[in-house]
Design a protein around this ligand. Structure first.
Ligand code: DQA
Length: 140
């Protein structure tokens, strides 16, 4: 299978920002592990990160017909981006929503996701392993 892992706003700061919440490993570290994980499973994987809402929408559009699944951690956009929700709805490639932290154990504004309803499913609270679990979910 061929996967695209998309990280949204502020996820480029992983490893530096709020290490007690998101850990000390950088996004590059996490992506390197995910690449090895996919290789072991015989899968292909590409990575994309942007802090810009429209760029995340465009990358989602371009994924149509090219990938079997998208793993998406939209960061804070999750909680208010109608544009990213509509981008997910615009393509047939299934999207699994991911969060490293357990958003339901955090501030109330993180309890709402505009994306979950148009995603195949959601995985959260397992730190960087949330991404691996999301990749595995495409095989179920
Ligand atoms: C996050 C949770 C969001 O609420 C937050 O804005 C993030 C990261 C997570 O991975 O836990 O940037 O998506």
């Amino acid at each position: 299978m061929k996967f695209l892992v998309i990280n949204g706003v502020n996820l480029n700061m992983t490893g530096k920002r709020e290490p007690s919440v998101y850990g000390v490993r950088t996004l590059d570290d996490i992506n390197a592990d995910l690449r090895a994980f996919c290789l072991k499973n015989g899968d292909e994987v590409d990575f994309y990160q942007s802090n810009i809402e429209g760029e995340l929408c465009e990358r989602t559009h371009k994924a149509e017909g090219e990938y079997d699944g998208i793993v998406l951690n939209a960061g804070a956009f999750t909680h208010y981006s109608i544009a990213i929700r509509d981008a997910i709805s615009s393509v047939t490639v299934p999207v699994v929503e991911v969060h490293m932290s357990n958003v339901f154990a955090r501030e109330e504004f993180r309890h709402t996701s505009l994306l979950t309803a148009v995603c195949k499913g959601e995985i959260l609270g397992f730190g960087e392993n949330s991404y691996k679990l999301a990749l595995e979910s495409f095989r179920l």
